[in-house]
Design a protein around this ligand. Structure first.
Ligand SMILES: O=C(O)CCC(=O)C(=O)O
Length: 277
């Protein structure tokens, strides 16, 4: 990380590091995600998934996934029994949220010295891996991710959340690449997603509209993109015939306080750093 990169990060709120992972490393994760899906009997778990609301407001399957490996369907997936059986690789929207702690292949991908150094270069004192997600953006039905700031969903005091987003496949305008509001991390945090009596509530902090997410982050397989916790970002539906697999880790600073009202709680897992492989 040179000073040009740090200046870019401070100024824009995101940073692109090309060729961070090799194609082989990306393929290992893609193959592992396929195995994890193959091992699932989604039809027997249908009732669980039927209750998965996209807003994730009061859904225990989602709310208890912080220290587990759980599967969430694409909103537009055909969940008929036959399709779930024959087409299971193409109906999952994401897997989350503790892959980086519970699966050997994901642990190997997520934890290393280089990532620790990058985290420290962007200001972390004690980087801790809070959450991980494997995002599929399936061909034709890959869902939109509405514009948001990550600190809305994962908040510390003071704020410290940074997303480490890895392109496991090429991401471009056709298959729903990330779009960011460059420099938008300097604006206020708009909302807080708070747990109150096991119900989730969205609290408004500021009604200042988001700036346009008009910077398209078109990147090649293996690229790492850092996203500041306040940076408004978005990705559109994937109507193309190509998937856009990505893996993302959200990191917080151990010197900040992780607030009790965060939706994500990890009663079964202690937070670890990039070097605790
Ligand atoms: O991959 C995407 O489309 C969105 C990812 C995202 O919002 C995140 O990693 O915070």
């Amino acid at each position: 990380m040179n000073s040009e990169m740090i200046n870019f990060w401070n100024d824009k709120g995101y940073l692109i590091i090309e060729d961070f992972k090799s194609h082989e490393e990306c393929n290992e994760l893609i193959n592992r995600s396929k195995e994890l899906i193959e091992e699932q009997d989604f039809n027997n778990q249908q009732s669980v998934f039927d209750t998965v609301s996209q807003s994730h407001n009061d859904d225990n399957y989602f709310l208890e996934s912080g220290d587990k490996i759980r599967f969430f369907f694409e909103e537009k997936a055909n969940l008929d029994e036959e399709n779930v059986k024959t087409n299971k690789q193409y109906i999952v929207n994401k897997i989350g949220h503790a892959l980086h702690d519970l699966d050997d292949k994901f642990i190997a991908f997520s934890k290393n010295e280089q990532l620790d150094q990058i985290a420290r270069a962007v200001g972390f004192h004690d980087p801790l891996l809070l959450q991980s997600m494997y995002i599929f953006k399936q061909p034709k039905i890959g869902g939109e991710v509405v514009c948001h700031q990550d600190s809305t969903f994962l908040i510390t005091e003071p704020e410290s959340t940074v997303g480490f987003w890895f392109a496991l496949e090429d991401a471009n305008r056709d298959n729903g690449c990330l779009q960011v509001a460059s420099g938008g991390h300097k604006g206020p945090l708009r909302k807080l997603f708070k747990r109150e009596n096991n119900q989730m509530k969205m609290e408004e902090l500021s009604n200042e509209p988001f700036p346009e997410t008009d910077t398209y982050v078109e990147v090649k397989k293996g690229t790492l993109v850092l996203l500041h916790g306040r940076l408004p970002h978005y990705s559109c539906e994937n109507r193309s015939l190509n998937s856009r697999h990505a893996y993302t880790i959200h990191v917080i600073d151990g010197k900040s306080k992780y607030l009790d009202y965060n939706w994500l709680q990890r009663p079964g897992l202690k937070l670890q750093g990039f070097k605790n492989a």
